[in-house]
Design a protein around this ligand. Sequence first.
Ligand code: ATP
Ligand code: MG
Length: 112
Amino acid sequence: MKKIEAIIRQEKIEDLREALEKKGFIGMTITEVRGRGKQKGIKLEWRVGEYTVEFLPKIKLEMVVEESKLNEAIAVIEDVCSTGKIGDGKIFISNIEEVIRLSSKERGQKAV
Ligand SMILES: Nc1ncnc2c1ncn2[C@@H]1O[C@H](COP(=O)(O)OP(=O)(O)OP(=O)(O)O)[C@@H](O)[C@H]1O
Ligand SMILES: [Mg+2]
């Protein structure tokens, strides 16, 4: 099993949830996060002068999937969230050793 951690633009999360659901990806966790990438934050012109926002609001989506479904899930995220502009976000993939569904005590792929 693999964990997908996608940091995406806030305005994309509803479209992404819908697109993922259409492909059968239901279980997921989202968190409102703040982050920065290569461009650091952004500079804003304000009446009092220029100031920099060091961390920008983003959404983090975490989803654990069977390995055989990984590429399909990534394709959906790319399709919805890549605009080609800076700040689109990133996808991090990692291995998951075990999943336990508490209601049934099932383990592994059955539990995802
Ligand atoms: N190396 C990283 N580790 C952890 N989180 C990151 C990393 N890079 C980016 N992020 C997260 O992703 C968000 C969006 O990053 P962003 O898309 O701006 O990355 P980037 O490297 O600057 O690419 P781009 O040049 O396309 O903007 C950041 O606000 C941060 O939350
Ligand atoms: Mg950036």
